[in-house]
Each structure stands twice: as C-alpha cells, then as structure tokens.
Design a binder for this molecule. Structure first.
Ligand SMILES: Nc1ncnc2c1ncn2[C@@H]1O[C@H](COP(=O)(O)OP(=O)(O)O)[C@@H](O)[C@H]1O
Ligand SMILES: [Mg+2]
Length: 462
C-alpha cells in the first residue's frame, strides 16, 4: 500500500493514539504496511524518542500540559514529531518470503506467544503476527528471532508487542510497540486495547486505500475524457478547415461565372458603344448577373451573420397570405399552382416576420426547382398548410416535385451542400437556423418521384 500524504496523516494519527499518554501510552510505535507487490512489509512511520535522553526531554516538556488525546491529534503533525527514531526505522523492509527470513511456518496456536515458554526459535515476530493475524508478544528481546539487524538493534531493550492490522480478515501490516524507556511491562489490557485500535486502524486504512483507488480510477477516466476532447477538438478543427476549403471553392466558382459573363458583355459594350441595341441587351444581361451576385451575397451574409430574431405577436395565416399574394404571379409564370390550406382561428405566434418570410421563400424556391425538374406535362403544385397542434403552430410546405434521394436526405441541412449545378447549399441551412432561433423544429418527408414536405413547428408559448 502506497503511503500518500492523506494516508500518512491517517497513519500518524494511529501511531499518536498508540504512543500518546492519554492514548495507549506506549513509548514507541512503528507501523509496517505491505508494499504494492505484497512481497515485503515496509516500515512507513515511527513515533517515539530514539534515546533515553530524548525521551526524558519530550516527556518533561509534555508533563503538566495536560493535553487530551484530541488536542494531541490536532496539534502534533508528522512534521513536528519527526525524530531520530523515525529516521532510524523508516524504510526498513522485511521480506514476506519464507526463504529470506525464518518464520514459525504457520499460525500460532495461541493468542500470545511468550517466548520464554518453549525452546528459542528463529521466528520473526512481525511475520508471525502478520501471517497468523494474531498478537505476538516478545517478553525477552534476546529471543526476537530472525529479524533485520537494524530492527533488532532498535527493539532489544524491553518487551515488544506486534499487532496485525486487519481489514476484513486480510492482514495489511503490523504495528510494533514497546516501552523501551519506561521499562514498563506490557499488560494484557493494553494489548487488548491495542488490538481494538489496530482493528479500527486497519479498516480506516483499507477505506483510505479503496478511496485512493477510486480516486486514481476517476483521474484516469478524467484523463481519458480530456484526451477524447482534445482529439475531438482536432477533428472539429480539421473538419472546419475542410469546410472552409469547400466554401472557398464553391464561392469562387459561384462568383467566377457571373463575373466572366459581366466582364465579357461589358467589354463588348465598350468596343461597340454606338450599337445601342446591343448595349441595351448586354446591359440587361449584366444586370441579371449582378442580381445573381447580390442574391448570393445576401444568402452568404444571412448565413454567416445571423441576427437574433425580433419577436412580434403575429397572425401566421395573414403573413403567409401576404407573402403568397406577392409571389403568386412569379410562381404561376413557372406554371406552379400555389394552394393555401390555412387552419382558421390559428393562435398567434411570436416570431420575427422577416426571418419567417425568408424561411418560407427558401422553401418555396427549392419546391420550385424540384417541380421544374418533373416532366413538362406534369402539374406543378405547391401547397402551404397551417395547423395548431400540441402547443405549436405547424407550417407544412409540400411540392409534387422530384423528391429527395435517400442518400441525399441526411445532408440537405448541411451548409453548402447542394445537388444543383448553380446552388449555394445555404437555403435549408438558413431555414433550419431560423427554426432553431425561434425554439422550433423542422422535419422533412420525401418520396422520390412524387414530392417533398417540409414541416416547421413554432412554439406558441413565450
Ligand atoms: N423541395 C425539395 N425537393 C427536392 N430536393 C430538395 C428540396 N429542397 C431541398 N432539396 C435538396 O436539398 C439540397 C439543399 O438545398 P438548399 O440548402 O436550399 O441548397 P440549394 O437549393 O442551393 O441546393 C438541394 O440541393 C436539393 O438537393
Ligand atoms: Mg435552396
């Protein structure tokens, strides 16, 4: 188990409870934990004086202060309690492998092993406590068994007790405590209290470790998410560049044709200013082409500089009727019959009249193109319906034109997508943007060869 700063705080609190006067009052305590690979016990922290002199100084300064355990837990930090003892012990490792150090070879039969009873063995009491998950008390330090020399040096003066740190039957490590300086024997009651503390400490450490794991996983997930965002940004960026490239190609193509025409006819006018009939004819063509350029510019600006809608309470039926009256002649010149099927008593809607007109005109223009591509003898119908449904007013524009092929349908709202040799691919993108800006939605239904219906829902409530 890795002792991160949070975990070290917890371990320090545990050892303070073991050593503080108002706690269990042991002179010294060392906490060992298994390493990540579960191959060694590692001394992660030690509290207590290193020498009798240091013990004397510490105890004298604490005497009379009457600190409670809670005071000590709050006031004494790992930093402030750093001692030579800590330096001496920290980092000491004990292999869990039998081959390297001797062990009892199995769980101890009883709770405490009094080393005085029975012949001396090459036992490592820490390993024994860890493996048997029971308390091991060494009465005679000379019988400490097979432990690293540095540890033997430290714990050679008095009784020592080794208590396993358990979490749900699993040993996490060992607390080793002694009374090296007071020489006080370690009584049964103290051991029992230490056992209870070790139990709680084990659970707390296990929880902390699990929390750490969850935190680690969360930060890994966060990292993965950040990477994903970065990749997505890159993709969007390259997609944008591709779109910009397509736009530039499209726009330059759109502009080049009318410009070439205008240039050609303008040069003819300059070469033959006396041919007034020709001048008038060419001027007419030039005006036509300039109008196309103006329309293109308008469409581009509508798309690139959308204005937020200026909402006004509006009778949608009236708006459609007016717009139809303005454009009916133009449509009938193309043999298109425009029919209005407007639901009477339609509730008023809040909308930007200019934008909704632009939306309808874009749809009508597409309808016109679609019906124009049908056989010459076919009737050309454009129908506009309104109805009130589910808190929205719906406008449906239907044509009996060529319909939209299945593979084209998913792309029609994409800016600059067009199937027309002279299309801009902006009409439906603008329609969708206007519907969205009104909190509305747009749907399309199309049957190849027989027609298309675009339905826009505009919410009534504001
Ligand atoms: N009423 C319709 N009938 C058939 N196809 C349509 C209709 N409306 C739109 N489309 C298809 O959607 C494409 C995109 O339309 P739009 O965004 O208005 O751009 P443009 O009209 O400049 O091509 C058109 O090129 C056409 O293929
Ligand atoms: Mg269009």
């Amino acid at each position: 188990m890795k002792a991160t700063p949070d975990l070290r705080g917890l371990i320090h609190a545990i050892l303070t409870c073991v050593t503080a006067g108002p706690g269990l009052g042991f002179n010294r305590a060392v906490l060992f934990l298994t390493d990540d690979r579960q191959t060694h016990l590692v001394a992660v922290m030690a509290i207590g004086p290193a020498t009798p002199e240091e013990a004397h100084v510490t105890w004298t300064s604490l005497a009379g202060k009457n600190h409670s355990l809670e005071d000590l837990l709050h006031e004494v930090t790992e930093e402030s309690s750093k001692s030579a003892f800590q330096a001496l012990v920290e980092g000491l490792t004990i292999p869990l492998d039998d081959a390297e150090f001797g062990s009892s070879g199995g769980p101890a039969p009883t709770g405490h092993r009094a080393a005085a009873a029975g012949p001396p063995t090459r036992l490592n009491p820490l390993l024994e406590a860890y493996r048997s998950r029971r308390v091991v008390k060494i009465v005679e330090p000379a019988l400490l068994g097979d432990i690293p020399p540095r540890l033997r040096e430290v714990f050679s003066g008095s009784e020592v007790v080794c208590v396993p740190l358990l979490a749900k039957e699993r040993a996490l490590g060992v607390i080793v405590a002694d009374n090296a300086f007071s020489g006080e024997p370690i009584g049964e009651q103290r051991i029992q209290l230490l056992q209870v503390l070790a139990l709680l400490a084990g659970l707390a450490l296990d929880n902390a470790r699990m929390y750490q794991q969850v935190e680690g996983q969360a930060s890994q997930l966060q990292q993965a998410l950040d990477d994903l965002h970065a990749t997505q940004e890159q993709l969007i960026h390259s997609e944008r560049l591709a779109t910009v490239g397509a736009v530039v190609a499209r726009v330059s193509h759109e502009i080049r044709n009318p410009l070439t025409t205008i240039g050609g006819f303008a040069r003819t006018v300059r070469a033959h200013p006396e041919d007034l009939e020709r001048v008038a004819r060419n001027a007419g063509i030039i005006v036509d082409e300039v109008e196309k350029l103006e329309a293109l510019l308008k469409e581009m600006l509508d798309f690139t500089n959308p204005k937020p809608p200026t909402l006004q309470r509006t009778d949608l039926n009236a708006l459609i009727t007016t717009l139809a009256n303005v454009h009916r002649d133009e449509l009938s010149r193309c043999d298109v019959v425009l029919t209005l099927e407007l639901e009477p008593n339609l509730p008023a809607v809040f909308l930007d009249r200019n934008q909704i007109q632009r939306m309808l005109l874009n749809l009508w223009q597409n309808a016109l193109h679609a019906v124009e591509e049908q056989p010459a003898d076919a009737s050309r119908m454009l129908t506009v319906q309104t109805r009130h449904e589910e808190g929205a007013v719906r406008v449906a524009c239907s044509d009996n034109g060529r319909g939209i092929p299945r593979d084209v349908l998913p792309h029609i709202f994409t800016p600059f997508f067009t199937t027309k040799p002279r299309g801009t691919g902006l009409g439906l993108a603008v329609v969708k943007r206007i519907a969205d800006a009104h909190g509305g939605s747009i749907e399309v239904q199309s049957t190849l060869g027989s027609g298309t219906t675009f339905t826009i829902a505009l919410p009534i409530a504001r």
